[in-house]
Design a protein around this ligand. Structure first.
Ligand code: NAD
Ligand code: MG
Length: 378
């Protein structure tokens, strides 16, 4: 299997490499991309000897070539990332990029006829309708890496759509679950970066603290599984053992469980329906303690309420929300705004933005342009 890994130096990228290295003996990695961390990218280039490597600019090329011996094509810029998604010998592209940067390579991979193992949920939040319809036209398989979506996919297991009553999307609740609103209001990025169950990149860790991550995942699930909003219920399950569930029309519920380890959904996204032999730690029910459930607190976590509104409204609103959230999270990570400023920025924008239907990529770009000009005035 030839695999292109976009975002190889990130949390999902490195776990993909770990899973591939230890479990898929016939894998060949044809593409690797990094962004700022050339010291992390260089040893991967030397180990896997890809055809193509992507880095952001010429300075990064200089830095990388000083650290590696493998001669390969090194591309830069957005067009280079698109070429990496489309032009290597890979049959499957792992999209482990973070944020809006993931959309163009996803579309390029689809056009080039490559299957996609998708971690980059922002792709589907921004342009779910376009991405899924293009994938259908080209008969492309988009397999989810997000653990909840992998769980739902495994629980669906080829079932008839008419038999599904609802999807139960589980959420850990993040590091501020159960905190008083005043305490959350004063929480810094450093506090938010301490996730109880998962070790992830900075942006998704903040999204988990605001519960925006669950809102993004709600929209991701609507597109991936062609389900209306009212068929998806969000339930907080702090232990992150049940990764999500599907309830059928007879009342029967299937759950997918396991220790929180992203290598499991990554492997399944690459090899399904085949199961791979692993030596990863196993869940022991006699040691894992009680599994508990509670409703999400929309008052303390208004980002989730905003995302539900965007999911219900549709059109270009999710793309605007995604842009604003990404911008606000970056500001929060730099201690420039406070926790509740993230939702307030979106709330303000939602009040004045004129939503349009999405008929083409140009509509998405226009919506993001509006969001860009909105934040430039803050
Ligand atoms: P991360 O920040 O650890 O890694 C992101 C990768 O993308 C890095 O390789 C980085 O160099 C690269 N990158 C960042 N900005 C870029 C840009 N503008 N252009 C090109 N490359 C860029 O993020 P992550 O935690 O690995 O998350 C990746 C995606 O997977 C996100 O969409 C996230 O929501 C999703 N996801 C992550 C996890 C997890 O456990 N980490 C779980 C589920 C879903
Ligand atoms: Mg998830």
């Amino acid at each position: 299997m030839n695999i292109a890994i976009l975002g190889a130096t990130g949390s999902i990228g490195l776990q993909t490499i770990d899973a591939v290295r230890s479990c898929i003996s016939d894998a060949k990695i044809t593409v690797l991309s990094g962004y700022k961390n050339m010291a992390a990218l260089a040893p991967l280039v030397d180990e896997f000897k890809p055809e193509m490597v992507w880095v952001p600019d010429d300075e990064a090329i200089t830095n990388l070539t000083e650290l590696t011996n493998h001669p390969c094509e090194i591309l830069t810029g957005e067009s280079g990332l698109i070429a990496c998604a489309a032009e290597s010998k890979a049959q499957v592209v792992v999209n482990a990029l973070v944020g809006r940067a993931g959309l163009a390579p996803t579309l390029a991979a689809i056009s080039a006829g490559k299957n996609i193992a998708l971690a980059n949920k922002e792709t589907l939040v921004t342009a779910g309708e376009l991405v899924m319809s293009r994938a259908r036209e080209k008969n492309i398989r988009i397999t989810p890496i997000d653990s909840e979506h992998s769980a739902i996919w495994q629980c669906l297991n080829g079932s008839q759509e008419r038999d599904i009553e609802k999807i139960i999307l589980t959420a850990s609740g993040g590091p501020f679950r159960g905190w008083r609103r005043e305490k959350i209001a004063a929480a810094t990025a450093k506090d938010a970066l301490r996730h109880p169950n998962w070790d992830m990149g900075a942006k998704i860790t903040i999204d988990s603290a605001t519960l925006m991550n669950k809102g993004l995942e709600l929209i991701e699930a609507m597109w991936l599984f062609a389900q209306p909003l009212e068929n998806i219920e969000i339930i907080v399950h702090p232990q992150s053992i049940i990764h999500s569930m599907v309830q059928y029309k007879d009342g029967s519920i299937l759950a997918q469980m396991g220790l929180p380890d992203m290598r499991l959904p990554i492997l399944y996204a690459l090899t399904a329906p085949k199961r791979t032999q692993t030596t990863f730690p196993r869940l022991d029910f006699l040691k894992c303690g009680a599994l508990t459930f509670e409703p999400p607190n929309l008052k303390n976590f208004p980002c989730l309420a905003l995302a539900i509104h965007a999911a219900k409204t549709g059109g270009t609103l999710p793309a605007v929300m995604n842009y604003l959230n990404e911008w606000a999270v970056a500001q929060y990570l730099h201690n420039k705004i406070s926790f509740y400023d993230i939702s307030e920025i979106m709330d303000k924008a939602f009040g004045i933005y004129k939503i349009k239907p999405v008929t083409s990529l140009a509509d998405i770009h226009e919506a993001e342009g509006w969001a860009e000009s909105f934040v430039s005035k803050i």
